[in-house]
Write a protein of this length. Structure first.
Length: 533
């Protein structure tokens, strides 16, 4: 959606790091409301709104020089040339290229004045920055922000449907109340005749101007799909003092919509909160799609992206499995179909350091690597990084000796340069493991552990539920301050590590008997200057 969130998905959950003197372990993350985040940013939403044509990326020489040598800035993830980014919006494969739009502030490395930035790629890995696609229209229905949404093909016409934000004319129009700001959210539409999707024409009026006759706790982040002759649209919402919900609409032309009913509802924690996202009374960034013999709903609330799988019948969704998409720093997920028709998941990796630090750095946020989704044998959601990432692999080391002494010798030779690597490890079933990344000079960087007694996977101070009687397949992708850890395609933890070691990293493994094999690849950058284009 986009927005105030992190207002993310339009808006809402932001992470901030507690100050620590010891930065060897990832800072503890806490949720912060839209209200608190905006107060820290000290900006007005919608300030300095300009037309998209004036918002191409323009990185000044001094900032560009700093970003090019910033060791914490990722080298093979999608992120802006500079400034703030959050939610992925409207990813689509069109005319042989992948298009990613995302929430972007052209005014600096802080949340505010939400635009849709635009990047294109032949393979979901190598990206080129395009001019900003959508900007708030002064005095328009999106004057306070172009929030999150979806992209579809209406016949041959590329179409985006997104949430626009503006001041309410009366209290009855308020759909977003975070305890300080009171906003009206409407659903807007724009089309493009440009084969490169660089220019868009907005409709002058919203396509959905107000919610149904329900006391909603939010009204944003449209997800759109086609069913035979009809279009369906799911909106993130919730019912006050009850819980989150996804509202379902139907249309024949994408412009005139009829509300049907909640696609699915949930329950909040019952705890008071200024921001209803924080207590589960609002679900944002919903995405709903078929996968295998099931349907899947992903949505964001209480600082996490959650999934539910189940069955969809008579325009209602009945889930019977649920879980967490990522237990770490990951929010506002959005899916698309790739060139082969596979379902791909995107998500935003927020900053977990202090705002003063990322403002000073000149950049904030990045896109997680694309994940291919599938349904597991138990009906749950599984995910893995797409194969295209393997094209970035460089120097390779393999450790698969039978004797611990030989494994230890091979491990001692592993060196990871520039905080850019992928590694895969296989561990025996029924065993704990502990894997550490440490520099040649002895500086601790990260540790990954399976703690069977607690049924968790731990990455630094972040844990995720993980219980298995099978061998453990671990896949780790390190890129600057970003660390994405996958265990058996079921548990994923994304963390941020803001330590820049003075020398290359090595790998240490406790209990070499449990380690069956380890492969390490140095990863090649997609840009010579860390500007991702």
């Amino acid at each position: 959606m986009a927005s105030t969130r992190r207002l993310s998905c339009s808006a809402n959950h932001y992470w901030e790091a507690k100050a620590r003197s010891d930065k060897l372990i990832e800072p503890v993350m806490i949720r912060t409301s839209r209200r608190r985040f905006l107060a820290q940013a000290s900006i007005l939403v919608g300030a300095a709104a300009l037309e998209p044509s004036s918002r191409a990326f323009d990185v000044g020489g001094n900032l560009q020089s700093r970003l090019a040598v910033d060791p914490l800035r990722p080298q093979y993830h999608l992120l802006p040339a500079a400034n703030w980014m959050n939610d992925p919006n409207g990813p689509i494969f069109y005319r042989g290229r992948y298009h990613m739009f995302y929430q972007y502030n052209p005014n600096g490395a802080f949340w505010g004045s939400m635009h849709w930035a635009h990047a294109t790629s032949p393979d979901m890995i190598h990206w080129k920055h395009e001019p900003v696609a959508l900007a708030p229209t002064p005095d328009g229905y999106d004057r306070d922000g172009v929030f999150s949404g979806s992209a579809v093909l209406d016949g041959e016409t590329p179409t985006v449907i997104y949430t626009g934000v503006l001041p309410p004319r009366s209290p009855s129009e308020i759909t977003l109340d975070d305890g300080q700001h009171k906003w009206r959210e409407v659903q807007c539409l724009a089309t493009s005749k440009d084969p490169d999707l660089r220019s868009w024409q907005k409709l002058p009026e919203p396509i959905i101007a107000r919610p149904p006759d329900i006391t909603v706790t939010g009204f944003r982040d449209p997800c759109v799909w086609r069913e035979e002759k009809n279009w369906l649209l799911a909106l993130g919402s919730g019912i006050k003092r009850k819980g989150g919900a996804v509202l379902l609409y139907q249309s024949t032309d994408l412009r005139h919509w009829t509300y049907l009913h909640p696609l699915v509802e949930g329950r909040g924690t019952g705890q008071p909160a200024a921001n209803p996202v924080d207590n589960g009374e609002m679900w944002e960034c919903p995405d709903f799609f078929p996968l295998g013999d099931r349907h899947v709903l992903v949505y964001a609330t209480m600082g996490k992206v959650l999934w539910r799988t189940g069955h969809y019948r008579d325009r209602r969704f009945t889930p019977d499995k649920d879980g967490v998409v990522d237990s770490g720093a990951y929010y506002a997920a959005k899916t698309m179909l790739d060139a082969n028709g596979s379902r791909i998941l995107w998500g935003w990796i927020p900053e977990t350091r202090l705002e003063d630090e990322y403002r000073a750095a000149g950049w904030a946020g990045l896109m997680a690597l694309p994940r291919a989704l599938s349904i597991g044998a138990d009906g749950g959601l599984e995910m893995s990084v797409v194969r295209e990432v393997e094209g970035l692999r460089g120097d390779h080391v393999r450790v698969d000796h039978a004797l611990p002494a030989d494994k230890e010798k091979s491990l001692a030779a592993v060196r990871i340069r520039d905080l850019a690597a992928e590694f895969k490890a296989e561990f025996a079933e029924g065993r704990d493991f502990l894997l550490r990344l440490r520099s040649e000079k002895g500086e601790a960087f990260a540790e990954i552990a399976h703690e069977r007694s607690q049924s968790v996977l731990r990455v630094n101070s972040t844990t995720g539920e993980f219980q298995t009687d099978n061998p453990i397949s671990l896949r780790v992708l390190l890129d600057g301050s970003s660390l994405e850890v996958f265990a058996n395609r079921e548990t994923v933890i994304t963390t941020r590590v803001y330590t820049a070691p003075r020398s290359p990293l090595g790998i240490e493994v406790w209990d070499l008997d449990a380690l069956r094999s380890l492969e390490v690849w140095q990863m090649n950058p997609i840009s010579k200057d860390r500007l991702t284009s």
